[in-house]
Design a protein around this ligand. Structure first.
Ligand code: NAD
Length: 300
């Protein structure tokens, strides 16, 4: 099955490497000389091999599945999924979709890597707006699994298919159901950045200490159980018991916490077996994983 990557810089190159390592035929399109793109891609494979993400043989095999072109028709023809990773300019992205959809019609999904532009804007005036979604990755895209999928104007089948394809590339897609600035994760990152800067500028602590406060504390837990599950694990009975523990009596807060508790229950049920599917097993998995990470930091 062919996947196409349009724009092969920092983000597109990394995702293309993931796709090829998972056995897809991968076509890479850029305005740059294909030899230059090839050199960049080899650089990413070298990082993957050196970091142990794949073997040299796997990297070679994946490289052989890649084609490099400056011809858009050649790049997208026959592709079922096209990840657009051109610079963050609305008109450039819209013009790129027009060219692509004139070639592929509505036979391929186009997912944009945009960090800031809403899918309704991207697809405005497109030939097939229901085939255009956002698939927002994170840098370094060749190792970070998260992809935020957003496309309230797209067909549900388009979203489902995109999720399936990302999973088959080794990624971890999440659905952003509404068009909101920063989608899901960047809202949190920006809030933490703002509060971190404030702590330093108010003289609360140094830059080094605010970073250590995350790296050696909540950051380790969040890497394993996110934010809401982490908080839930901190109180026996989870969110349903939080108000009682902290003395809240506001019925609206209690209602909200119960709604979150239902979500945590669903999350626990959906976890992979090896990550634990009961509170006790999750805590065991969390503690073991924290120790594994801290061994890398030479703390144990
Ligand atoms: N860099 C990040 O941390 C990051 C994270 C998430 C999402 N994004 C998004 O990913 C997209 C790409 O960002 P990037 O950081 O990879 O940029 P980049 O500058 O590293 O890469 C862009 C690539 O697109 C190519 N290009 C330019 N015009 C083109 C055209 N008309 N057709 C085909 N290729 C073209 C360039 O030659 C370059 O190789 C942007 O929308 C950005 O917002 C970036």
């Amino acid at each position: 099955m062919k996947l196409s990557f349009v724009g092969t810089g920092m983000i597109g190159g990394g995702l293309a490497v993931n796709a090829a390592l998972h056995g897809y035929d991968v076509s890479l399109y850029d305005l740059l000389d294909p030899e230059k793109v090839k050199t960049n891609i080899r650089g990413i494979f070298n990082i993957m091999v050196e970091s142990g993400a794949c073997t040299e043989q796997e990297a070679e095999k994946a490289m052989s599945l890649m084609t490099f072109t400056q011809n858009i028709k050649e790049a997208v023809e026959g592709a079922v999924f096209i990840q657009e990773c051109v610079p963050e300019r609305l008109e450039l992205k819209q013009e790129t979709y027009r060219k692509i959809q004139e070639i592929v019609g509505d036979n391929a999904i186009i997912a944009s890597s945009t960090s800031t532009i809403f899918p309704s804007k991207l697809s405005d005036g497109a030939l097939f707006p229901n085939k255009i979604i956002v698939g927002h990755p994170f840098n370094p895209s060749y190792v970070l699994p998260l992809i935020e999928v957003c496309g309230p104007q797209a067909d549900m089948s388009t979203i489902d298919e995109a999720v399936k394809i990302y999973k088959s590339m080794g990624k971890e897609p999440v659905i952003c159901k509404k068009e909101v600035n920063g989608f899901i994760a960047n809202i949190l990152s920006l809030m933490v950045k703002d509060m971190s800067m404030k702590a330093v500028l108010d003289g609360v602590c140094s830059v080094e200490d605010i970073d250590k406060a995350i790296m050696y504390g909540p950051g380790l837990r969040m890497a394993i159980t996110g934010q809401l599950l982490t908080m839930s694990l901190g109180v026996p009975g989870g969110f349903r018991e939080m108000s009682a523990k902290y003395g809240h009596t506001d019925p609206e807060i209690i209602r909200q916490e119960c709604e979150i508790a239902d979500g945590v229950d669903a999350e626990i049920e959906n976890r992979e077996e090896f990550m634990g599917r009961t509170v006790e097993d999750i805590i065991k998995f969390r503690d073991k994983t924290i120790v594994d990470i801290l061994k890398l930091y030479r703390k144990f």
